[in-house]
Design a binder for this molecule. Structure first.
Ligand SMILES: Cc1cc2nc3c(=O)[nH]c(=O)nc-3n(C[C@H](O)[C@H](O)[C@H](O)COP(=O)(O)OP(=O)(O)OC[C@H]3O[C@@H](n4cnc5c(N)ncnc54)[C@H](O)[C@@H]3O)c2cc1C
Length: 468
């Protein structure tokens, strides 16, 4: 019988290895963003920590570029590389819940759909991605924002530990008492420090049914609706999550025909508490103006977490960026409303996510993630199907993001950052945290093996943020 080494070409590797031309290779190398088309020399589908160790050592010893694929949702496409090794964590997707103490162990390739299904069986939750196919891995390492963050904190605020395979191929158990600096870096510092094979969380009681959904208004009402939402959120309790979205009305039967596919404004609400209490607290939003559709109702938390799934089909062309805003004055709302009236693609969304609540109360130094006190986080999520429209969509998104720059806080949000260069990555952490992260990079990955990410280079080296 052949040894695993002979079968895979990777010493000690037991999972499947795909090469160009193999059945399944093209499906496996595809990521969420259809603009990304890269061809790794090897796709190593890891079945456990030993496989991850074997694949990391192989890439290092063979001098191959190494891409780590969690959920494949990073819009820059760092999960896949040309002519290197793509370490595919997707077969490692088990989520184990301990209902007695709310602890959750999620393997590094799990998605939020898998995580939410497992935790909600026990009435538990951790703030998770707003589209269920997003990976727990990349999202948590970049901090993790979700509908219930104002109540439960960012995803990384619920992280209690992790198992990490370092660039040296060592397996480390990391928590507040073991390798505490590395534990700090994992909470916001991205995929720079190793492959996380297991994330440990402390989950919170939530659901299973919450009051949530969307109110959809005509785009002509955008300025008034967003201003009203801003005033409401300034006083809202932590239980109120959601956002204001400049989007196009979906072509669905529940939308009046005249509005379908046309620019609109939505108010997404999620009340992370008792349903009846939610109806009372949210009344000023629920009774505001004349929505063309009102879809706010009690629904399972797992359904709330999938509410946007159909709006984010995989394989479209995507160009994303984001900014924290230090204020949202009328002029900023007007600038966004004017431009989104002429949005070039009906798939594009601009989401204004309110800050405050639990994340803002965490000590700033507690995690690598910075900028906890910005009152708004704006995500510019441009999406379209046709390559011929790339230039127009990208130019439109850049112009809109530029129009809101005067209101931006210094800094950036790693999880929604595009390929925007090393200065933006630095800005995400500020100079002190960035220096601390560089020192940790020197300690754990001095050769920058893990460079295909929003890269923090070791001292004296230039970041290598591109995967191509
Ligand atoms: C449709 C969609 C919805 C999104 N919604 C949200 C949201 O609600 N909130 C939010 O905060 N972000 C959101 N994001 C952004 C998302 O969090 C980031 O793009 C994140 O990097 C995706 O993680 P992933 O594992 O799916 O992606 P991947 O592309 O697989 O990973 C991105 C990078 O993360 C690193 N990585 C992933 N897993 C591991 C691991 N186990 N160990 C070490 N490194 C790892 C690698 O460096 C990899 O290159 C969304 C993105 C998309 C496309």
């Amino acid at each position: 019988m052949a040894t695993p080494t002979v079968q895979s070409g990777i010493r000690g590797f037991r999972g499947e290895v795909l090469r160009p031309g193999d059945p399944g290779y093209d499906d496996a190398r595809r990521v969420f963003n259809g603009m990304v088309d890269r061809e790794p020399a090897l796709i190593a589908r890891c079945t456990g920590t030993d496989d991850v160790v074997a694949a990391v050592r192989h890439a290092r010893d063979a001098g191959l570029p190494l891409a780590v694929h969690g959920g494949g949702h990073g819009v820059v496409g760092h999960a896949v590389c040309d002519a290197g090794l793509m370490l595919d964590l997707r077969p490692m997707n088990r989520v184990q819940v301990q209902p007695s103490d709310g602890s959750v162990r999620a393997e590094g390739g799990a998605t939020w759909g898998q995580f939410d299904a497992a935790t909600q069986e026990h009435g538990l939750a951790v703030t998770g991605g707003r589209v269920s196919s997003t990976g727990v891995g990349g999202l948590t390492l970049g901090s993790g924002s979700g509908w219930v963050e104002r109540k439960l904190g960012y995803t990384c605020d619920s992280l209690t530990g992790a198992q990490v395979v370092t660039a040296a191929g060592e397996v480390l158990e990391v928590d507040a008492d073991h390798e505490p600096d590395l534990f700090w870096a994992l909470r916001g510092g991205g995929g720079n420090f190793g492959v996380v094979t297991r994330f440990d969380f402390r989950a919170h009681r939530l659901g299973p049914v919450l009051l949530g959904g969307m109110l959809l208004y005509r785009h002509e009402d955008a300025v008034d609706v967003v201003r009203h939402y801003r005033e409401f959120m300034a006083q809202a309790p932590d239980e109120v999550g959601g956002g204001a979205a400049l989007l196009s009305a979906p072509p669905e039967p529940f939308v009046p025909e005249a509005a379908r596919g046309r620019p609109a404004v939505g108010v997404i609400v999620v009340y992370a508490g008792d349903v009846e209490e939610g109806r009372t607290v949210l009344r000023p939003l629920l009774e505001y103006g004349s929505p063309v559709v009102s879809m706010v109702q009690p629904m399972p938390y797992t359904a709330i977490q999938q509410m946007l799934d159909t709006a984010y089909p995989a394989g479209m062309r995507n160009w994303w960026t984001a900014d924290f805003l230090r204020e949202l004055p009328d002029e900023a709302i007007e600038a966004a409303a004017t431009r989104t009236a002429g949005v070039p693609s009906p798939l594009t969304q601009v989401i204004l996510v309110p800050g405050g609540g639990a994340p803002a109360r965490v000590t700033p130094d507690a995690t690598a993630f910075d900028l906890r006190d910005a009152p708004w986080n704006v995500h510019f999520l441009s999406m379209w199907p046709d390559p011929a429209d790339d230039e127009r969509n990208i130019a439109w998104t850049r112009e809109l993001a530029g129009a809101l720059k005067p209101y931006a806080a210094a800094g950036a949000y790693l999880n929604f950052l595009g390929d925007e260069g090393p200065d933006r990555v630095r800005a995400a952490f500020g100079p002190e945290k960035y220096a601390r992260l560089v020192a940790l990079k020197d300690r754990y990955d001095s050769d920058n093996l893990f460079c295909l990410n929003q890269n923090i280079a070791p001292s004296g080296q230039v970041p290598r943020p591109r995967a191509g």
